[in-house]
Structures are given as structure tokens and as C-alpha cells.
Write a new protein. Sequence first.
Lengths: 108, 114
Amino acid sequence: GEDVEQSLFLSVREGDSSVINCTYTDSSSTYLYWYKQEPGAGLQLLTYIFSNMDMKQDQRLTVLLNKKDKHLSLRIADTQTGDSAIYFCAGTNEKLTFGTGTRLTIIP
Amino acid sequence: SQTIHQWPATLVQPVGSPLSLECTVEGTSNPNLYWYRQAAGRGLQLLFYSVGIGQISSEVPQNLSASRPQDRQFILSSKKLLLSDSGFYLCAWSGGWKSGDTQYFGPGTRLTVL
């Protein structure tokens, strides 16, 4: 099965850019996703990228996909306090496999 | 638009008691449905998924069971809860592989077994 790995913690100063990284093992994943989980809540789909794309931008969010290195990243520009959450990457190949999540902390 | 509901939002149960968590989806038909568990500070573990009424696939052996009595209803159950069943339970739906199988999550149920 697929393994998806993320760093557990990231601290970023308010107004800076946050970059959350993810590596995966199954290169046949058709879609790769980023979800956001705020405390005590379910997962909110942030964005996804199709495997034949290198980059996708959606307002403050930029997703970069390096298929050769099996590396996915999420960049949040102008990080705000409301961006504090756990961010999960996930890949799909028959089933959706989640990383362990990266807890993003914003430093005022 | 589609919405997904879970109840109850929180639940505290004694060890050995039964469990029933419910998930319903509105605004779509024949969805794929999923139950996940998230232990404290950890990622998501897929417990069950269903591609249709009465069709349940179990991902891990455990003390829990799932049922799908109606197209848009998914139930997670246990006859006797264990302490290790504590966690945050998330239900999700997707439109199936043809639509990329993007999964949308409910608000979750926090279960504490004492």
C-alpha cells in the first residue's frame, strides 16, 4: 500500500509564507489532496492536484508536485492566524491514504 | 449542494457498553461512504468503506462493525466498547472513482470510553 509522510510540526511567523511538505511512495496516485483540520472539527478539502500537473494555484494556496521525487508541497502565502490547523496530504490509488498531518502554528 | 451530517457530536460511554454512530449524506445519490478513526495527535485510519447498500469492506480487524441500511446512511456500531475505541470518528463520502473520488468529511464524533 501507499505510504505518505509529513513533518509533524511547523511554526511560521504571521505574514510569512508557510510551506508544508509531503512525500509519498505510490507514483500511480491519480489525485493528490490537501486537507485542513481545525481543532475539534472534521477535515476540510483545501485543494487537490491531478497527477499530470506540476503546479496549481488557488488564491493564497500553491501546490507543487514533483512526480520524479514523489514530493508534494503546499505553500500558504501571507500566513494568518486563521491558518492555524493540522494539514493532511493524501494520495489516492483505489483508496485514499493520509499522511500523519502537519500541525501549523502561527507566531504573532 | 451536498452535505454530510454526523451525530452525536460527542459521546462518553463506559467500557462494555454498545455504540451506534450515525452518518447521513444529503444532495447526492449512491455515494461511496467511509468511516475513519483519528486517535489523539495522529493521522486518519480507514475503518470501513461502502460502495452501496449492504456492501461493507473492513480495512482492519477490530471491535467495530458498520452497516449501510439506506443509500445515504452509514452506521458505525459496537456491541461492547473497549478503552482503545476512544477517538475522533469521521465519516466521509465521495462520488466514486469516475469523479476522482475526492472525499468530503463530516464534522466528526468524539468518543470517550471510560
